[in-house]
Write a protein that binds this ligand. Structure first.
Ligand code: ATP
Ligand code: MG
Length: 300
């Protein structure tokens, strides 16, 4: 079974989408079959993954039973698969509210895909709406990006309470994979203090990888690329690569060696895969259970 991870924080602009895109590219480089699903009506994960967004199938159509999920899959130039988001998701939210068992919609749709991928990353909108709840019901775990600033801790405890109530109701297996410090500026003493507080409160739930504030990470989406393609040697892309390795390590997965930094990716290295490379569901059924994820030792 692939691991389904929701990247979630109801606070806006903390680096959820940046983390999704760059983690998807890094996981791909580390030979993990990765799918990114854009559940945000802003569709930033979609525009940040594709050089050119062609009108086509999207997650809204899947959630509303208009198309089978397999028909919505794209392969991005960085090599990971993507189910695009769309501004229509705002309406989808309203339509979903009228459905029975609405919070299980995504989970049911993903059932046919989860064995195709090692990792499925869900980019959530900055609110705890029905789309986010769908992500949290479908996910095995969450990554919480946190910007090290004054209100971070307050927002985080609200989110953790929400996760606990979801565990008590709709998804008892939901775990916190890790809390990720993003947009970190080491010259800022407040950022350092908040980072220390986070480590004190959440201990080894905090990834040791820190994502620095890095201009390349901010520029890359305007080129429709993960930073790993836009500027593979930037501090930002290297930080996300370290994070991907840390995640594999936490999951007990072997980490394939990437050679000298000069080998780190070029568009040819992350070779473009055609949609036909996505294994069929028949292949899926034959796949062994070797990649069962061990449970995270400590859950909050
Ligand atoms: P939203 O809640 O609106 O979905 P988000 O949590 O997904 O936002 P992003 O869109 O990833 O956040 O990031 C917000 C802004 O900060 C974007 O302009 C992005 O390019 C920029 N950004 C994110 N991470 C970094 C970073 N480490 N260094 C520099 N800029 C960053
Ligand atoms: Mg976003």
């Amino acid at each position: 079974m692939g691991k389904i991870i929701a990247i979630v924080n109801q606070k806006g602009g903390v680096g959820k989408t940046t983390s999704c895109i760059n983690l998807a590219a890094s996981m791909t480089l580390l030979e993990q079959k990765t799918l990114l699903i854009d559940l945000d009506p802003q569709a930033n994960a979609t525009t940040g993954s594709l050089f050119q967004k062609e009108p086509g199938a999207n997650i809204a159509q899947v959630l509303l039973d208009e198309i089978p999920i397999q028909e919505s899959l794209l392969v991005t130039p960085a090599g990971y698969s993507l189910i695009p988001g769309t501004t229509d998701l705002t309406q989808t939210e309203v339509q979903l509210l009228q459905k029975e068992q609405r919070e299980y919609t995504l989970k049911k749709k993903l059932a046919v895909l989860s064995n195709l991928y090692d990792y499925i990353l869900l980019d959530c909108p900055p609110s705890l709406n029905i789309l986010t709840v769908n992500a949290l019901v479908a996910a095995n775990s969450v990554i919480i990006p946190v910007q090290c600033e004054y209100f971070a801790l307050e927002g985080l405890s609200n989110l953790i309470n929400t996760l606990q109530s979801l565990r008590a109701t709709v998804n008892p297996h939901l775990q916190i994979h890790g809390i990720l410090r993003t947009l970190f500026d080491g010259r800022n003493s407040l950022a350092k203090q908040v980072s220390e507080q986070l480590l004190m409160h959440f201990k080894d739930k905090i990834y040791s990888t820190l994502i620095p504030r890095n201009i390349r990470l901010a520029e890359a989406p305007s080129h429709g690329q993960p930073a790993l393609l836009y500027d593979p040697h930037s501090n930002g892309s290297q930080a996300y690569l370290s994070l991907a390795k840390e995640i594999l390590h936490r999951d007990g997965c072997p980490i394939p060696s990437i050679h000298a930094p000069s080998d780190i990716p070029s568009t040819t290295f992350l070779k473009k895969r055609s949609p036909s490379d996505i294994p069929s569901t028949t292949f899926l059924k034959k796949r062994s259970q070797h990649d069962k994820s061990p449970s995270i030792e400590q859950v909050l």
